[in-house]
Design a protein around this ligand. Structure first.
Ligand SMILES: [Fe+2]
Length: 215
C-alpha cells in the first residue's frame, strides 16, 4: 500500500508539472489518500458528510490562502464514481460570508490575543489564519443549510473506471454520491503562482469583507 501511494504521488506530480506549466515546481505536495469505502450511504456526522455540496477546507492544515488542487483517480475496475458540482466560490461566497458571520461578527479580541500568544509559542491553534477560519465556517454552514442543499442547481458527473479528474476543490462546490476505491493527491498552489489570483477564494473574500484575511 505504501508503495502504491508513493507511486501515485510521484506520477501525479510528474503529470501536474507537464499539464499545468504555470504551476510547475511551484506547488507544495500535500497528502495522498486511498478511499476504500463505498460513498453511497457511508455513515458520517453532518460536517464530515461527503454527499453534501461544499468547498474543501482543512481544519488542521490551514493553507493561508494557498489553493487546494486535487487529482482523483477512480481505480474501481467496474463502478463509476459519481459527483455533483454546483456554482463556484465567487457565486456562493457573498451568501455564505453572511451565513458564517464573516460580515457581521467582528473577530473576538480575546481569541486574537490567545492566537497571537499561541503563535509565539508555535502551538497548533495559532496556525489557523482568518482565511482558514472562514473557509471552515463556510464549509460547515453549507452542509447545515438543508434548503440550499435541496434546491440549488447541480450538475452530475460520472467518472468511469480508470478515469482521472483534477479540481480546485476550494472553488468548485462538490459532493460525492457514490463510488468505491479511488486515489487522491492534494497539491497546494501558492497565491504567488496563480494565473488569476483575483479569482481565488482569498481575493474574493478580501473583496467582500475589505479585510486582510491571510497572515
Ligand atoms: Fe470535498
Amino acid at each position: 500500500m505504501r508503495r502504491l501511494l508513493r507511486d501515485y504521488s510521484q506520477r501525479s506530480a510528474e503529470f501536474l508539472d507537464c499539464f499545468l506549466l504555470p504551476y510547475a515546481h511551484k506547488w507544495t505536495m500535500d497528502f495522498v489518500s486511498f478511499r476504500p469505502i463505498e460513498e453511497q450511504g457511508r455513515p458520517a456526522r453532518l460536517h464530515a458528510r461527503n454527499d453534501l455540496l461544499h468547498f474543501d477546507s482543512f481544519p488542521t492544515r490551514p493553507t493561508n490562502g494557498a489553493r487546494i488542487l486535487r487529482l482523483f483517480t477512480n481505480i474501481n475496475p467496474a463502478q463509476n464514481r459519481v459527483w455533483l458540482t454546483s456554482q463556484t466560490f465567487e457565486t456562493f461566497a457573498p451568501h455564505f460570508a453572511r451565513a458564517a458571520g464573516l460580515l457581521t461578527a467582528p473577530r473576538n479580541p480575546f481569541m486574537d490575543t490567545i492566537r497571537s500568544m499561541a503563535r509565539a509559542l508555535r502551538l497548533p491553534l495559532a496556525q489557523r489564519p482568518p482565511y482558514d477560519d472562514f473557509m471552515h465556517r463556510c464549509h460547515n454552514a453549507m452542509k447545515e443549510d438543508a434548503a440550499f442543499q435541496e434546491t440549488t442547481r447541480k450538475d452530475r458527473w460520472e467518472f468511469p473506471p480508470n478515469s482521472a479528474w483534477l479540481v480546485f476543490t476550494d472553488c468548485v462546490s462538490h459532493a460525492v454520491l457514490s463510488g468505491q476505491y479511488a486515489l487522491e493527491q492534494t497539491f497546494l498552489i501558492p497565491q504567488s503562482a496563480l494565473v488569476e489570483p483575483q479569482r481565488s477564494p482569498l481575493a474574493v473574500l478580501q473583496k467582500i469583507t475589505g479585510k486582510q484575511l491571510a497572515i
